[in-house]
Ligand binder design. Structure first.
Ligand SMILES: *Cc1c(COP(=O)(O)O)cnc(C)c1O
Length: 497
């Protein structure tokens, strides 16, 4: 199976090359040229497997350069009980008749990104061998909070790799920042950027497209690569948990095999919801995707009107990992639905040039056939956390709360009563201040006092990964200008090489 660039269908690479390259040289993203299928019988067989086996079975269909045994040994490492200390790895919590919360936050950094970023270093180092790359790889990450820590944890001390993480100064939660600046490892670098997430992401993107810089680094024995969700190696592990969630519903006899469900995802860069879309294309019975946004509701507007308008105010919200205006992975969906690289390129060129584009009526119709959408204000996010706690005793984080609110609005409006998998993307303990405030229980004190307060309300202990940060040493305090990111990388390499 081959992959091609969304902006040039004749630019083709293998699965391993797609993972090594991250982004296509023309600026496009890699997509599989055909989507493998999962029959009902195969789905049935997955139901009796554990998470690592399910994940290997899904991933091997997209990664023909890897054998089944190879992938199974990698998924067993990535999803080991020491890393995801909870039965089922991605447990499903039944809230009511419709709503089933898929808890994706039991990994080492308490956000769903661990599912991808525990796998990516393993996939990448194996892919480097398969493609004969000899240089060290330097992973560049722009993070709105959760990717940074998850990538640092995944890559720390992985031989032949270095990782440099940039986050928007003041644009991540205190806990997220602490997680990053205390990261251990001899191959890691963390810096804050004066600007918002889009500035940070644009900075990283422009470094990736700087051919002269890439050549200079290559001379020093370093090849740049990406761990952002534009890398196919990030997306493919995420497909597995939707399949796994369906198996869980089936195992608990909440659905019949073949009965369709909805999926609701709190969305930022569109990676997580796109993984669900791939699961559907493989044959998983999913009816509708409900795309939930916070006040940065560019996707809500787009899915309603067909016009993607990036020239809009940027809001810093209590769900910072969704504070995004350019939703990179949407490009993959648009390409696969419009099926012409020319058409897709015209949209992306317009976005670059004018800051906006409008898709064809035919494409909008296809999007609307599968996607519903909605957004949730800051005030509604707080209410959603409070209402969920009061009704069910369940403490949702700020991102998950956005999804819960948007889903409930969808259910009221549409009357659709299908079972729905709601992706819970972060642990509430990662955002203790915002969650306590929503619950009317904010009493001051530092983040760790807040963890204790939240723990009492949630009637469960705070994750060790977070409470232990208290004892960790601060390692990184560098703040750089948007224009200074390249220098940070060069300096780091100078010290290492
Ligand atoms: C990254 C992130 C999101 C957004 O996911 P996308 O794949 O970028 O749409 C939502 N919630 C949390 C907690 C995240 O870390």
């Amino acid at each position: 199976m081959q992959y091609c660039s969304t902006r040039n269908k004749d630019y083709r690479v293998s699965d391993a090359e797609a993972i090594v390259k991250g982004l296509s040289p023309d600026g496009g993203l890699f997509v599989p040229m055909e989507i493998p299928t999962l029959t009902k019988t195969e789905l049935e067989a997955l139901c009796s497997m554990d998470y690592a086996a399910r994940a290997a079975a899904i991933m091997e269909r997209f990664l023909p350069s890897f054998t089944h045994d190879e992938l199974l040994s990698l998924t067993k490492r990535a999803y080991a009980l020491e890393k995801f200390p909870v039965p089922g790895t991605a447990p499903l919590v039944e809230l009511n008749e419709q709503e089933n919360i898929l808890e994706l936050f039991h990994g080492p950094t308490c956000a769903f990104k661990d599912f991808a970023l525990q796998m990516l270093p393993l996939l990448l180092t194996a892919s480097l061998k398969k493609t004969g790359v000899k240089e060290d790889v330097m992973i560049l990450v722009a993070t709105s909070g959760d990717t940074g820590k998850a990538a640092l944890t995944g890559f720390a001390d992985v031989e032949g790799t270095h990782i440099c993480v940039f986050y928007p100064d003041g644009g991540v939660s205190n806990m997220q920042k602490l997680q990053m600046v205390t990261q251990s490892g001899n191959n890691v670098m963390v810096a804050a950027v004066k600007g918002n997430f889009d500035d940070t992401q644009n900075g990283v993107k422009s470094i990736f497209s700087d051919k002269a810089y890439a050549a200079e680094l290559l001379k020093r024995g370093v090849r740049l690569s990406s761990a952002n969700s534009i890398n196919w190696g990030r997306l493919v592990p995420q497909i597995a948990y939707y399949v796994s969630a369906y198996c869980e519903l089936r195992n608990r006899e909440l659905t019949a095999l073949g009965e369709s469900v909805n999926v609701c995802v709190p969305t930022g860069n569109f990676g997580n919801i796109l993984a669900a879309w791939f699961a559907k294309r493989m044959g998983l019975p999913i009816d509708r995707f409900i795309c939930a946004s916070n006040s940065n509701n560019v996707l809500t507007d787009f899915l309603q009107s067909g016009t993607y308008e990036s020239r809009r105010p940027f809001y810093m919200t209590a769900s910072p990992s969704m504070d995004i205006i350019i939703s990179s992975n949407l490009e993959r969906l648009l390409y696969l639905l419009c099926e012409s690289d020319l058409e897709l390129r015209s949209y992306m060129d317009a976005l670059q040039k004018d800051g906006c584009y409008s898709v064809s009526p035919a494409l909008l119709k296809k999007l609307k056939a599968e996607f519903s959408c909605g957004f949730c204000s800051e005030e509604e996010t707080e209410k959603s956390i409070k209402a969920t706690y009061e009704k069910y005793g369940y403490v949702a984080d700020t991102h998950t709360a956005v999804a819960l609110k948007v889903y409930e609005e969808y259910r009221e409006k549409s009357g659709d009563r299908k079972k729905t998998i709601i992706a819970a993307t972060a642990s509430p303990f990662k955002f203790p201040k915002a969650v306590l405030k929503s619950l009317g229980a904010l009493e001051g004190g530092d983040d760790f006092a807040m963890l204790d307060a939240l723990s009492a309300l949630a009637k469960s202990p705070a994750p060790k990964q977070l409470s232990e940060l208290k004892e960790k040493k601060l390692r990184f305090s560098l703040v750089c200008e948007k224009e200074g990111m390249k220098k940070v990388i060069s300096q780091y390499i100078g010290e290492k090489k």
